[in-house]
Design a binder for this molecule. Structure first.
Ligand SMILES: *[C@@H]1O[C@H](CO)[C@@H](O)[C@H](O)[C@H]1NC(C)=O
Ligand SMILES: *[C@@H]1O[C@H](CO)[C@@H](O)[C@H](O)[C@H]1NC(C)=O
Ligand SMILES: *[C@@H]1O[C@H](CO)[C@@H](O)[C@H](O)[C@H]1NC(C)=O
Ligand SMILES: *[C@@H]1O[C@H](CO)[C@@H](O)[C@H](O)[C@H]1NC(C)=O
Ligand SMILES: *[C@@H]1O[C@H](CO)[C@@H](O)[C@H](O)[C@H]1NC(C)=O
Length: 438
């Protein structure tokens, strides 16, 4: 991945890797061991990315391989003071003041001005000056702290990593984050954040990993989100309600999880353009309509493809036989019908093919050889656990068309009003409101 080569990112990554390698807290160790469990099986199926906990370890395991970094600096437990650390002290104490509950005493050693010794706080030489130590990462995963993110956190501009998964933080996402030009990983999953998608996430030039799963964000998923140079994006288990924008095809992510939102809208055929990078895509239970396009076969790097529990119909495209990397395929709980193409069950790496709860009428014999397959509740003749022939006949005599009458695309922003012709009249200045320069 060529972004590793960019110097600033190397530093950010360095900090990242460093933090991961120096996981000192029991909770983190727990996490990584549960991660090892899931990764040793390398299923990375929907189920593993769909859990509450931090997805970061999973994502990072195979992406920022530690061997590409040189751990030449030792972790600064007791560090010399300095302006940046003094600022960090101010920021962290202001933050701690917002904590209304810290049930495990995670931050009980956040006293005194040696912030580098605080649990969950990681220091490293500053990217712009290797002689200065600064706070490079904060990891409070699984601390179950209640609190908010105060504006004073703007005194931590060198953050490369902010992991706050599985806490009870609420309130605004402060705009200070846009000062964190090195922020590489942002994990706010499983908290109590709510409201519209925070636009500040769109202004983080180094961001590669964005995880806001299990919150209560709502409204529109901004189209610009998919123009960012992210590598992993988790939006699942929120209350987003706009159809996936067509910009989705621009996204270079390798992992995309949007499951369990109320998006509605048509299957985003533009996703087929992500073939060069997309490894795992989970679009489960987001109200998608329409059919899978033939172009979907272009996702030839995808190992996990999950569009289960939607309102999709049509037949599974023969072209899916081009998805040669596919290991996990889940199309269950939709309205697919007709024959499963041979090409799918012939896929060389396919281990788990779930198509239960559809109106499939025929499965080729190859499908029976797949290690893990679920074909229940379809319309397969003379087969176990299928729908009644009445139900099948009723559906198959009028199968839904692919025509997707989804919700209309989001209304474009109003056109700027044509500027009025110049007049001699100068509007009086309203005090306090800066006038626009024309
Ligand atoms: C793989 O997963 C199965 C169940 O999903 C589990 O029984 C098995 O122990 C796992 N294997 C490893 C090596 O973790
Ligand atoms: C997710 O988190 C909630 C609340 O924090 C908890 O009740 C639930 O058991 C968690 N689920 C999983 C799968 O970890
Ligand atoms: C990491 O990637 C390599 C090569 O792509 C692969 O062989 C290996 O199994 C992967 N490891 C894990 C834990 O996914
Ligand atoms: C790590 O640093 C050492 C000494 O500075 C150098 O010789 C080595 O090539 C570096 N390794 C990598 C992978 O950059
Ligand atoms: C196969 O996929 C289904 C659906 O994603 C999942 O429920 C099941 O646990 C998977 N089986 C294995 C062994 O991973």
């Amino acid at each position: 991945m060529n972004y590793y080569l960019k110097p600033t990112l190397i530093l950010a990554l360095w900090a990242t890797t460093f933090v991961i390698l120096s996981l000192p807290t029991p909770s983190l160790q727990q996490q990584s061991s549960s991660f090892e469990q899931s990764s040793s099986n390398r299923t990375s199926s929907s189920s593993s990315f769909d859990q509450n906990g931090s997805s970061f370890e999973q994502w990072s395991s195979n992406r920022s391989s530690s061997s590409s970094f040189n751990q030449t600096t030792t972790f600064q437990k007791s560090s010399p003071g300095g302006v940046r650390l003094q600022n960090a002290f101010t920021a962290l104490q202001a933050w701690k003041k917002t904590f209304t509950s810290d049930p495990f005493g995670f931050t009980s050693n956040w006293v005194g001005n040696n912030v580098c010794s605080y649990q969950g706080v990681f220091c490293a030489p500053a990217p712009d000056n290797g002689n200065v130590i600064t706070v490079a990462g904060i990891d409070l995963n699984h601390a179950t702290i209640s609190g908010s993110l105060p504006d004073r956190l703007d005194l931590l501009p060198d953050l490369a990593l902010l992991h706050l998964s599985s806490n009870k933080f609420s309130g605004n996402i402060p705009s200070f984050l846009s000062r964190c030009k090195l922020l590489f990983e942002l994990d706010l999953s499983n908290n109590l954040f709510r409201g519209p998608f925070p636009s500040v996430f769109l202004n983080l030039p180094s961001l590669k990993f964005l995880d806001i799963r299990y919150n209560q964000f709502e409204g529109v998923i901004p189209p610009q989100l998919f123009n960012l140079k992210l590598d992993a994006l988790f939006l699942n288990n929120n209350q987003f309600s706009s159809p996936l924008p067509s910009t989705i095809g621009n996204s270079p992510v390798s992992v995309l999880v949007v499951a369990n939102n109320n998006l509605k809208g048509c299957f985003p055929s533009e996703i087929s353009k992500m073939g060069r990078t997309l490894d795992e895509v989970i679009l489960m239970n987001i109200g998608l309509k329409g059919c899978l396009p033939t172009s979907i076969g272009g996702l030839n790097q995808a190992t996990v493809f999950d569009v289960s529990s939607n309102d999709l119909t049509g037949t599974l495209p023969e072209s899916m036989g081009r998805m040669q990397s596919l290991e996990q395929l889940n199309v269950a709980n939709n309205k697919f019908y007709g024959e499963i193409p041979n090409s799918i069950c012939d896929l060389p790496k396919l281990e788990n093919f779930t198509y239960a709860n559809n109106y499939i009428t025929k499965e080729p014999i190859q499908c029976l050889m797949i290690m893990d397959k679920n074909d229940e509740n379809n319309c397969l003749d003379f087969w176990l656990s299928q729908k009644s022939s009445t139900e099948c006949k009723a559906f198959l005599s009028h199968p839904p068309s692919c025509k997707c009458v989804g919700s209309p695309p989001p209304r474009p922003p109003p056109l700027p009003r044509p500027s009025p012709p110049p007049t001699k009249y100068n509007a009086p200045k309203v005090p306090g409101i800066p006038t626009k320069k024309d």
